[in-house]
Design a protein around this ligand. Structure first.
Ligand code: 5AD
Ligand code: SF4
Length: 448
């Protein structure tokens, strides 16, 4: 009987991407099929995240539920991958002895062999090494699911912000060769993909080898990807402000496929906090980059990540974050309370700020950011937005759904044949989590 695979994914888009690859590779090697019900699975994999404490807590509660399944059927194989696996290694199996396989973000391509090893030896298997780019060489042809796709172009991070575990869990920055990325995207375009989101923990540090041995910058990669037939929309996440260089800003002028949106995490509006975080830019540097970008794209939508309550963050320092968001007017953002991560420098910093104050600050920041998001949505009413139609709306089969350049979901009445097309929609209504609109007549003429 066909073996069934269940994968649970926590964390970032990089983890989502990695989970898709785990699926593809095991479906290929072991002719498995995916199940959405853990109780039906023969192999259960958890792809973990350790960026903040809460994410990490989820690991043991999730696999705790799988333990009962294994008690009923000891043949089940349980694997834990991702960043917690990378950090904890065999310690996971000490605490949860029913876990058969522990693998890291860079060894997921070895899953078929790890699975066989666990089954034949009945011993615990751990492989959390960093064989770097080998992972990408070992992956099967990408499989498109719909009209959008993520493509990982670099892995890891060498920035070592003082609060962050990524350089330790995913290793230092390593870029895929330019042609490998381009070939993957050509294969996706052939399967009907129209929008690509280039992924990397620090994506604009991309520095990929070309055929002649020279190194391609991220801006050059963007030009190459945009020129691939069928790819008409391009995004990237996540960028670091330091490497948001002039040639990248210029790319927004030269590449119409680049969406009118940028996620550029600033983390804090205070120069002292930024220095303690080792972000290597100032509030002023950040603002100057955005100003340059706005000369090229005056209406660009901006989003950011914020950390509130970094060790010893004073009231004044926090207020500088509040004033920065007023100056920039972010479209949407993510904000978090600082979470000390074992092994990172900031975990050793003195912190005299109580959790209560941190929570108050977070709720103030979130409230204002949410207001800005709603204002942004309201301001879109009456505008015409190009959306890439993803398919039928889940809630109403007569409606089609897609996303604007700034990632807002738009529902509108339309024909299913519009899937995969770019259409112009006049926005008529802004709901808390989506927009409504109607198709502009002229957009029918441009449908390819
Ligand atoms: N505590 C809180 N937030 C963090 N982030 C990264 N590390 C931490 C931490 N230790 C946030 C940053 C980053 C996002 C992905 O997660 O804002 O941009
Ligand atoms: Fe972490 Fe991003 Fe800093 Fe790298 S640049 S250490 S991934 S926060």
């Amino acid at each position: 009987m066909t073996q069934k695979l269940y994968i649970q994914t926590n964390g970032c888009q990089m983890n989502e991407y990695d989970s898709d690859k785990m699926r593809d590779i095991l479906l290929d090697s072991h002719a498995m099929e995916i199940t959405l019900a853990p109780e039906n699975a023969d192999v259960l994999l958890l792809n973990t995240c350790s960026i903040r404490e809460k994410a990490q807590e989820k690991v043991f509660s999730a696999i705790g539920r799988w333990r009962k399944l294994k008690q009923k059927n000891p043949k089940i194989i349980i694997g834990v991958g991702g960043c917690v696996a990378s950090q904890e290694g065999a310690a996971i199996q000490k605490r949860a002895p029913y876990v058969d396989i522990v693998f890291g973000p860079q060894t997921l391509h070895r899953l078929p062999a790890l699975l066989d090893q666990a089954r034949t030896t009945h011993k615990k298997v751990v492989d959390i090494s960093f064989p770097e780019i080998e992972k990408f060489d070992a992956l099967p042809e990408p499989r498109a699911e719909g009209v959008k796709a993520f493509v990982s172009v670099m892995e890891g991070c060498s920035k070592y912000c003082t609060y962050c575990v990524v350089p330790y869990t995913r290793g230092e920055e390593i870029s895929r060769p330019l042609n490998d990325v381009v070939d993957e995207i050509i294969a996706l375009a052939k399967q009907g993909v129209r929008e690509i989101n280039l992924l990397g923990q620090n994506v604009n540090a991309y520095c990929g080898e070309m055929e002649d041995g020279a190194l391609a910058s991220f801006a050059l990669l963007l030009h190459c990807v945009a020129s691939i037939g069928g790819i008409d929309r391009l995004r990237f996440t996540t960028s670091h402000p330091l490497e948001f260089t002039d040639d990248l800003i210029e790319a927004f002028a030269e590449i119409p496929e680049l969406v009118n949106h940028l996620h550029l995490p600033v983390q804090s509006g205070s120069n002292d906090v930024l220095a303690r975080m080792k972000r290597d830019y100032s509030r002023e540097d950040y603002l100057v980059k955005l100003e340059k970008l706005k000369v090229i794209r005056p209406n660009i939508s901006l989003s950011s990540d914020f950390i509130v309550g970094f060790p010893d963050e004073s009231d004044e320092e926090f207020e500088e974050t509040m004033s920065l968001i007023e100056a920039v007017e972010f479209d949407f953002s993510y904000s978090f309370i600082y979470s000390p991560r074992p092994g990172t420098p900031a975990a050793e910093f003195n912190d005299n700020i109580s959790m209560e104050i941190k929570k108050q600050r977070l709720s103030r920041l979130k409230m204002r950011l949410n207001e800005m998001t709603q204002n942004f949505s309201n301001a879109m009413i009456g505008s015409t937005q190009t959306i890439l139609v993803e398919g039928e709306s889940k809630k109403n089969a007569l409606q089609m759904t897609g996303r604007t350049e700034n990632n807002r979901v738009v529902n509108f009445t339309g024909h299913p044949r519009l899937k995969g097309q770019f259409v112009d929609i006049l926005i008529t209504e802004a709901l808390p989590n989506s927009l409504r609109g109607r198709m502009v007549e002229t957009s029918l003429n441009t449908i390819k």
